[in-house]
Design a protein. Structure first.
Lengths: 326, 388
């Protein structure tokens, strides 16, 4: 494997390009993805390479983008639609939750919806309450919808390729703050199966489950904890639906303590669901309350200092660990 | 407000297990009314309310072990209803519904049975390793007993030197040491640690005994042995003693305890003044005590006050055995089976029914010769059962 490093955005772009080369049914659609090369440059150069039939700029209508993607998928294409901000997903909710997620089930398997809806959340970029939210819990409780949350360039590429090949609708949630982060991405072809978490660091005293951007923060926290003599295991969920509960439970059975770090709202969030599932499956192994490091229950502040206060980070993960480790 | 405390039923009792509450919190109770059932070390008994009033608070739920003289409930004044849990001023003593003698309850602490704060992992490990969480001090946040606390406690227990990674035998079940089993373990363990046991064995010719037993229908060999031993104890006073620390007490009453096996474990009810009772009286008393033991109906009275013990494993084809002394008594007689054995008369060998008598005595109390004399007396009485 080569030691080549790519940004998260470029890794995604490679995945799109490789899948478009591999399968002529793969087409892209979304706002400003063509001529403008994408707001975050994920689709840079793809219009030039594949032409307007396969890279389609759309009007500013998220409902239309999602609806078109569902229709394209139903007639055998493999659309990859982009929604500029995750905050706009409620506009697509009917297409996603009511149509895409249920077609295969309701048709007894006669219909398939092999679509990917890519979007990103911009918490930490001072985009304000309407352009910063991370709301995976709104979607991961929709049966029939897969929810992917890559945290590294390597995972972003491998997971996106799997998502495109997946015969069911996939919501692909990218971290806005992650686009410019760099990491090793091999030149060779590889995919990462949906539904498999990745243990990014081994430890004995506490398990930290990270979601998206907070996987990196969890690794930073683990280093700080190590200085205190606490050995932290960091698990990247990689997909929220399906959730690799087995990996998490096995880790908790060893460490007896669990922290879930996610950029969503604490109440009814990802951490709540994982916490409940772990209690159901590993109650007798817990040595401390399960802690959720997440956003407070208020709209996201625009003010940069306030937003910094608001956001979960490595220090808050360390604080949570301090609370549960005597 | 009066507290109901765990009464001490005999000097050896350390704790009692709450079996059930006969009254609920908030119910009005009369003075002397039974309010809960407790399983002591030897029997179950009802505890009565020391005062009338409202059963304000139950401090120990069924299944929990409560140390003697620790509070199990609070009774408040009937008119004031539910009370706060402020420290009680007057301490009432629970009365026993049985006529058993009770020892004065000494000063007690107002310790409440509170829920142990321990993590689920700690609870699981404690269960697996048989660790008592109430005895641990938690080092986790807020004093919570953690996984590490339990593991540390487990490590303090002397290990067998076998790594836990080596596969251990599959466990069929684990049973908490409690009730009769706990008493048996504690009492016999105590004897093993303190007494200086010496074993004497003697064969007794049982020819006449077997003949008489056939005539005296329904009289058991145990009853004969009780009578024989009781008679021998009349003249061998020192064997009829108990030891308590620095003091040896010798008794004029001859109270022979008889070991009886029950589903719950071993008990040893007492045939009082066995030396003054007829063989038939002794026999029927043993039968009655056995029946009660099997039904767990033995009273404290029936279970205490023994000065000597007899145990008979003859029915299980045991030839002879050295039993453990029943503390604080001086000696115990173990009976083996009666079987035909070669017997030499002159130059001829004939077969005769015989049995082996085994006396285990505490050398702290008595020396070998007096003990041997006693055993010889027992043998003489058994070989001449008509005299009994």
């Amino acid at each position: 494997m080569s030691l080549r490093e790519l940004t998260y955005a470029d890794a995604l772009r490679e995945a799109l390009r490789e899948e478009m080369l591999r399968d002529p049914n793969v087409i892209l659609l979304g706002e400003e993805i063509g001529v403008f090369n994408g707001v975050y440059k994920v689709t840079r150069g793809l219009l030039d390479e594949f032409g307007p039939d396969r890279v389609r700029d759309t009007p500013i209508s998220e409902a239309a983008i999602a609806g078109a993607a569902v229709g394209l998928a139903l007639v055998g294409m493999r659309p990859v639609a982009e929604i500029m901000y995750m905050d706009f997903l409620p506009i697509c909710m009917d297409e996603l939750a009511t149509q895409a997620a249920k077609m295969r089930f309701m048709s007894g398997g006669q219909l398939k919806v092999p679509m990917v809806l890519r979007t990103q959340y911009s918490l930490g970029r001072q985009h304000g309450a309407q352009h910063s939210q991370f709301t995976p819990a709104w979607f991961f409780q929709v049966p029939g919808l897969k929810v992917v949350v890559p945290a590294t360039p390597y995972d972003a590429k491998g997971l996106l390729k799997s998502a495109i090949r997946e015969p069911n609708p996939v919501l692909f949630l990218e971290g806005g703050l992650l686009y410019r982060t760099k990491g090793p991405v091999p030149e060779e072809e590889y995919t990462i199966p949906l539904g498999k978490a990745d243990t990014k660091r081994n430890g004995d005293d506490v398990t930290i489950v990270g979601v998206s951007r907070l996987v990196g923060e969890a690794l930073t926290a683990a280093k700080k904890l190590e200085e205190k003599g606490v050995s932290a295991e960091v698990i990247d969920v990689r997909t929220l639906q399906p959730l690799d509960l087995k990996t998490i439970v096995e880790s908790v059975k060893r460490t007896s303590r669990l922290i879930i770090a996610s950029d969503d709202i604490k109440t009814g969030g990802v951490g709540s669901e994982i916490s409940a599932a772990v209690i159901e499956n590993a109650f007798d192994y817990l040595d401390a309350p399960i802690m959720r490091v997440a956003c407070p229950d208020t709209p996201i502040p625009f003010s940069p200092p306030l937003e910094q206060q608001y956001m979960p980070n490595a220090d808050k993960i360390v604080q949570a660990a301090d609370q549960i480790i005597g | 407000m009066p507290e109901v405390v765990m009464p001490r039923l005999d000097p050896g009792m350390q704790s009692g297990k709450i079996v059930e509450w006969l009254k609920k919190e908030g119910e009005i109770v009369q003075k002397g009314e039974p309010i809960l059932v407790v399983e002591g070390e030897k029997t179950t008994f009802e505890v009565e309310a020391p005062e009338g009033g409202v059963l304000t608070r139950i401090l120990a739920s069924p299944g929990t072990d409560v140390e003697v003289s620790h509070p199990v409930a609070i009774i408040g004044a009937a008119s004031t209803g539910a009370q706060s849990t402020s420290a009680p001023r007057n301490v009432g003593r629970a009365e026993l519904s049985q006529s058993a003698q009770t020892t004065q309850v000494e000063g007690h602490e107002t310790v409440r049975s509170e829920r142990v704060v321990a993590s689920p992992a700690a609870r699981r490990l404690a269960q697996e390793h048989g660790v008592d969480l109430t005895k641990l001090k938690g080092t986790g946040p807020g004093g919570r007993i953690s996984r590490e606390d339990v593991l540390a406690a487990v490590e303090q227990v002397p290990s067998t030197g076998v790594s836990s990674k080596i596969s251990q035998p599959t466990v069929l079940k684990r049973v908490k040491l409690e009730g009769i089993r706990k008493v048996v373990a504690e009492r016999l363990g105590f004897t093993a640690r303190t007494a200086v046991p010496v074993t004497l064995t003697m064969e007794a010719d049982a020819t006449k005994l077997v003949e008489l037993k056939d005539k005296e229908d329904h009289v058991s060999f145990t009853a004969f042995a009780v009578k024989a031993a009781a008679k021998a104890l009349e003249t061998n006073h020192l064997i009829n003693s108990t030891i308590d620390g620095e003091e040896i007490t010798t008794y004029s009453d001859v109270n022979v305890a008889v070991a009886i096996n029950t589903d719950q474990g071993l008990v040893a009810p007492v045939v009082r003044n066995a030396n003054k009772k007829s063989l038939k009286e002794i026999n029927s008393e043993i039968e009655e005590l056995s029946q009660k033991a099997k039904e767990s109906r033995l009273t404290i009275e029936e279970l205490t006050g023994g000065t000597f013990t007899i145990t008979n494993l003859g029915a299980y084809d045991i030839e002879s055995f050295a039993p453990v002394i029943n503390p604080p008594q001086c000696a115990i007689l173990g009976l083996g089976r009666i079987a035909y054995k070669p017997y030499v008369v002159g130059e001829r060998v004939s077969a005769r029914p015989a049995t082996l008598l085994t006396l285990v005595f505490d050398h702290r109390i008595v020396d070998g010769v007096p003990a041997a004399k006693f055993l010889r007396d027992v043998k003489s009485h058994l070989e001449d059962p008509q005299s009994l």
